[in-house]
Design a binder for this molecule. Structure first.
Ligand SMILES: NC(=O)c1ccc[n+]([C@@H]2O[C@H](COP(=O)([O-])OP(=O)(O)OC[C@H]3O[C@@H](n4cnc5c(N)ncnc54)[C@H](OP(=O)(O)O)[C@@H]3O)[C@@H](O)[C@H]2O)c1
Length: 403
């Protein structure tokens, strides 16, 4: 009996594209046995035709997308290029041609995920993008497959490895922000232009993808708090450390009566919080379901092979008919919990909110709604505000005082 062949093509042959190619070759036997088909990488689309690429002679290397579109049979397209266009136009054409899509392109999916999903539904093909959020950490499949009976009450995550690396370096070594950023560039963790990472855009795109998946919608972008790690000083990090807290860059997603609420910003975490020990370029996510409780996933959030791992798992999931559907939480209720805050710096005007001094050098705990706390801060420009995650001892809370 002849074995069927699965015909695939790659769009992009950079860090991720090469990682997919090499991983398929490396794991070929295992993958073909799982699929019950042989895999043929028929073509690769690149931008620069002058670069020498190490690929098998049978693979068509081309700079012209029409060469891929005119292949006699194409089952799956792996897309790993950067930005919204031309990726959106290309993927729409492949979907209309009846190809399944596996993408790693977070910027594309944050902007055009909805449009591409409905096109994929119309043409009855799969659109998968596990790699776009935290690379090899299986957060999308956990939400799609593992928590379906739950209402998702919160998702929060360290979603940008470059930011986490820089914050970890600042915490562990006597470095300035610029020095830590240069170290990240030297190690290949940060781009020459690191704006997307350090201004929080990369984490913003990823949490929007999760919002689409979990709640079927995104908040208005101009209502989302997005702050990067460039707003954190090493003095703040040291001061937080001296009282047993760490500053982490965290993206959060919660339901509310008015739709999903997202924030992307530096947050202080206590030593009891699962993100406290997440160091270096690693990513982590915590999902809270009403039945399951809080689950934490932690691992590599970038890199050729971790990203390829997620994309190849997507390929396998397409052929075992796993769930395609967006996961809607039936409840949009948000617990009326009052958030905690860490305030660092000097108090210039008497505060009319209750603050608990956490040290003698200008670190305070407060509890209250963001808008109330921010109002008080307008009179105290030398204080910086960090949301605080993790347990605060009951004893400390009972010592709250007006400062
Ligand atoms: N790197 C990671 O760890 C990681 C993790 C998760 C998700 N992602 C996402 O994966 C995607 C790719 O990232 P990467 O790190 O692999 O980028 P990269 O190393 O810069 O590679 C980009 C590739 O895309 C090709 N390309 C660019 N524009 C093209 C066009 N118009 N037509 C055809 N090919 C084009 C480039 O071709 P040439 O080689 O000819 O220049 C290159 O091969 C991005 O969307 C990124 O956000 C990356």
């Amino acid at each position: 009996m002849s074995v069927e062949t699965l015909h695939v093509a790659l769009i992009g042959f950079g860090t991720v594209g090469k990682g997919i190619y090499e991983s398929i070759e490396e794991q070929r036997e295992q993958l073909e046995s799982l699929l019950g088909k042989t895999i043929s990488i028929d073509a690769i689309l690149i931008k620069d035709g002058d670069i020498n690429r190490e690929v098998d002679n049978n693979v068509l290397l081309t700079t012209n997308v029409e060469d891929l579109l005119s292949l006699p049979q194409l089952d799956v397209v792996f897309e790993a290029i950067i930005g919204v266009e031309p990726a959106r136009t290309y993927l729409a054409k492949f979907i209309e041609k009846g190809c399944h899509i596996v993408s790693a392109n977070k910027e594309l999916l944050a902007h055009k995920g909805k449009e591409l999903r409905s096109l994929a539904t119309k043409y009855k093909v799969g659109l998968r993008y596990e790699a776009a959020v935290a690379a090899s950490i299986p957060i999308l499949s956990t939400l799609r497959e593992g928590l379906k009976s739950n209402q998702i009450q919160e998702i929060s995550g360290i979603l940008n490895g470059t930011s986490n690396f820089i914050l970890s370096e600042l915490q562990q070594k006597e470095l300035s922000f610029e020095q830590a950023l240069n170290e990240a560039k030297e190690k290949g963790y940060a781009e020459a232009d690191p704006t997307n990472d350090i201004k929080g855009w990369d984490a913003f795109y990823k949490i929007l993808i999760l919002s689409d998946l979990v709640y079927g919608e995104q908040p208005e972008w101009d209502r989302i708090i997005r702050k990067g790690i460039d707003e954190v000083t090493s003095a703040d990090i040291k001061k937080a450390e001296s009282i047993g807290f760490r500053i982490k860059h965290i993206a959060s997603l919660k339901p509310s009566a008015d739709g999903p609420v997202i924030s992307v910003e530096p947050v202080a975490v206590t030593s009891s919080h699962p993100f406290f020990h997440v160091a270096g370029v690693n990513n982590a996510l915590q999902v809270t379901g009403n039945l399951a409780g809080s689950i934490t996933l932690n691992g590599p959030g970038a890199g050729a092979y971790p990203t390829a791992s997620a994309m190849i798992e997507d390929l396998l999931s397409l052929y075992r008919n796993s769930s395609e559907s967006v996961f809607y939480s039936p409840s949009k209720e948000n617990g009326a919990e009052v958030p905690d805050w860490l305030l660092l710096g000097e108090i210039s005007e008497v505060m009319s909110i209750e603050l608990l001094p956490l040290s003698e050098n200008g670190a305070y705990y407060a509890s209250g709604n963001r808008s109330d706390i921010e109002t008080y801060l307008e009179q105290n420009p030398f204080l910086k505000l960090y949301p605080l995650k993790g347990l605060i001892k009951e004893h400390d809370r009972s010592n709250l005082a007006l400062v």
